[in-house]
Design a protein around this ligand. Structure first.
Ligand code: ATP
Length: 444
């Protein structure tokens, strides 16, 4: 399968089955903004829940937070985003398209007569690179003047830094400890694309871990390993995951060390999560700009210091795309192609399909009972339309790990068939054991 074809097929499957739709589609769509349909929202929620479970619920040293999207404008001065969150851009004077100056499709040097526009092919029409701020601006209050400008946050991390003392003082935590949050972020990206890989509105799952200076390197190494383990635990192909360490040219000026976790997409190796040793830069800047002391007082050692921060930052949409790309496969079964999304059972939007084999002999009634009994326990889907083979295929495309079929034997001896998505093998399970069987298989 050609790689571009895989992305095209995935985009089309996502629309057909209700994973992801283009935003405002009936108006022609809004550039690089996407909406999640019934299956997509469930998939992404399962992913976020898994992250929250690993980062907050299962640990004693991390607290959760949900900071607002809108923040005081000074936050973005302190963070460096007002001055530095810029990309050098070039415009084509002919077709009016705008590109990143480092867009590999540009031939020649922008601003020079030899430079060629990658879209319309004109020569000498590309402007000199100019800096462009990636933050979306809006106005707070009734008057659209300068004083009222606020930004849509381009990352969730700043909400954590400015709340670090609030969390510390209201919880029982002591350094080392972390704060985690999941939330929307907005960037006016210039070359967005590759479906939900790079979008203008997206969700981040970020955790900032506050440590004593001098212990940062060991914490950084721990977090690097834990985060890779978590990615592997999503069932992603291990050979398609790797670390990429930032070289001196990539490393942010404040960062001591940074690793990306990369996945091999059909369009190449790309970052899905960053693990950064941010030193005391963030708290130092907020201390300076707010004039409020943000030091930590270690009572036992009777010393004061500004903690260092180890950050783990993943995109919920980007990881959702990774999960879908990795899960997509086509197989030939009895001369027909079956499309399967082989999701990890914990991520699958629907855990089991429930089908009566035929619409008679009491099977629909029994199947409805089974469906109603399972529904409060986990997401299940009832389907009685079409041949059983077609119903299996529909569940394969939705990534549903199990299908439960109620047939003639169910009526006779109270057993059902459980068909496994990946192996297509079928087990006979007693009705009164069904929930326990599924729970066990799903490892819930
Ligand atoms: P990239 O260079 O790929 O845009 P970045 O280095 O700017 O990413 P960070 O600022 O480190 O990314 O953000 C952390 C994570 O947030 C990324 O690993 C990615 O998963 C996600 N992310 C960042 N920008 C976007 C975006 N425009 N759309 C979707 N996810 C994003």
């Amino acid at each position: 399968m050609a790689d571009t074809t895989l992305m095209d097929k995935l985009v089309s499957l996502c629309k057909r089955r209700g994973f992801v739709f283009q935003s405002s589609e009936i108006y022609g769509g809004l550039g690089s903004v996407w909406d999640y349909g019934p299956l997509g929202v469930a998939l992404k929620k399962n992913l976020k829940d898994r992250w929250w479970h690993a980062m907050v619920q299962a640990r004693d040293d991390i607290e959760g937070l949900d900071a607002a999207i809108l923040m005081h404008p000074k936050v973005w001065e302190a963070s460096g985003h007002v001055a530095g969150f810029t990309d050098p851009l070039v415009d084509c004077k002919h077709c009016k398209n705008r590109f990143r100056a480092d867009d590999p499709r540009i031939k020649g040097t922008p601003g020079q007569p030899d430079a060629q526009c990658p879209v319309c092919g004109s020569r000498g029409t590309l402007t000199e690179p100019r800096l462009f701020n990636l933050m979306f601006k809006t106005f707070m209050g009734p008057v659209e003047d300068q004083a009222a400008i606020v930004y849509l946050r381009p990352e969730t991390a700043q909400g954590i830094y400015v709340n670090y003392l609030n969390v510390l003082n209201s919880s029982r935590q002591k350094v080392p400890f972390g704060i985690a949050q999941i939330g929307k972020a907005f960037r006016n990206e210039i070359t967005p694309g590759n479906f939900i890989f790079r979008t203008r509105e997206f969700e981040q799952m970020e955790m900032q871990f506050f440590v004593k200076p001098g212990t940062d390197v060991e914490w950084f190494e721990r977090w690097r390993a834990w985060r890779m383990e978590w990615c592997e635990g999503l069932g992603l192909t291990p050979a398609k995951l790797r670390f990429h360490q930032h070289g001196p040219d990539e490393l942010a000026h404040y960062a001591k060390d940074a690793f990306d976790i990369q996945y091999e997409f059909p369009f190449g190796w790309q970052e899905i999560e960053g693990v950064h040793n941010r030193t005391d830069f963030d708290l130092g800047r907020h201390q300076q700009y707010s004039g409020k002391k943000l030091e930590y007082f270690d009572q036992a050692a009777n010393e004061r210091y500004l903690p260092y921060i180890v950050e783990t930052s993943a995109g919920a949409d980007r990881v959702t795309l990774t999960v879908m790309v990795d899960a997509y496969r086509e197989e030939t079964v009895e001369g027909e192609t079956r499309v399967v999304l082989g999701f990890h059972p914990a991520l699958a939007p629907i855990k089991a399909g429930v089908f009566p084999l035929v619409k008679k002999d009491g099977m629909p009634e029994l199947a409805t009972d089974v469906y109603q009994a399972l529904k409060p326990r986990f997401p299940v889907f009832y389907d009685d339309s079409g041949a059983i083979g077609r119903r299996y295929r529909r569940m394969d495309e939705a990534g549903t790990p199990f299908c439960v079929t109620i047939d003639g034997e169910t009526v006779a001896n109270r057993t059902v068939t459980v068909r496994h998505r990946d192996s297509m093998k079928q087990d006979r399970v007693a009705l009164d054991q069904l929930e326990a069987y599924l729970r066990d298989q799903l490892a819930l």
